[in-house]
Ligand binder design. Structure first.
Ligand SMILES: [Zn+2]
Length: 130
């Protein structure tokens, strides 16, 4: 004879679940779905963004990657061109930072658009509810 850990009802030995409250008699194995969870979260995030904001964010990433690439090429060019180290550092850093800034601005703008969209939808819903 076993007893339900939740409601205390006596159950037959081969019972897997309590037939009174439905509680499982043995803890169910935790499904190991971490990668899927991350993927789902990412998909949910992408859906939340909407097409426009997703494209804008992709653009932001592309801009940053492009500037990173340009900075590397520029760095190699300057090194082979025999420019002083201080000059190289300043020039490349300026390029890199402007790229990151540009990407960040696009990203933040798309977030701002998203925020305004939500605000607009909320206001619209409020008007409907009234
Ligand atoms: Zn029970």
């Amino acid at each position: 004879m076993t007893y339900c850990p939740k409601c205390g009802k006596s159950l037959s030995d081969d019972a897997v679940r309590c037939d009174a409250c439905g509680a499982p008699l043995y803890p169910e194995p935790e499904p190991e779905q971490k990668p899927a969870e991350v993927k789902d979260a990412l998909r949910k995030w992408a859906l939340d963004q909407g097409q426009f904001c997703l494209i804008a964010k992709a653009l932001a990433v592309i801009v940053m990657a492009f500037y990173l690439l340009v900075s590397i090429v520029y760095l190699v060019t300057l090194i082979t061109g025999g420019v002083s180290a201080g000059m190289i550092f300043t020039e490349v850093l300026t390029k890199l930072l402007s790229g990151i800034a540009l990407g960040a601005i696009i990203w933040l703008l798309s977030d701002a658009v998203l925020y305004l969209q939500r605000l607009y939808q909320m206001k619209k819903k409020e008007c409907k509810d009234k």
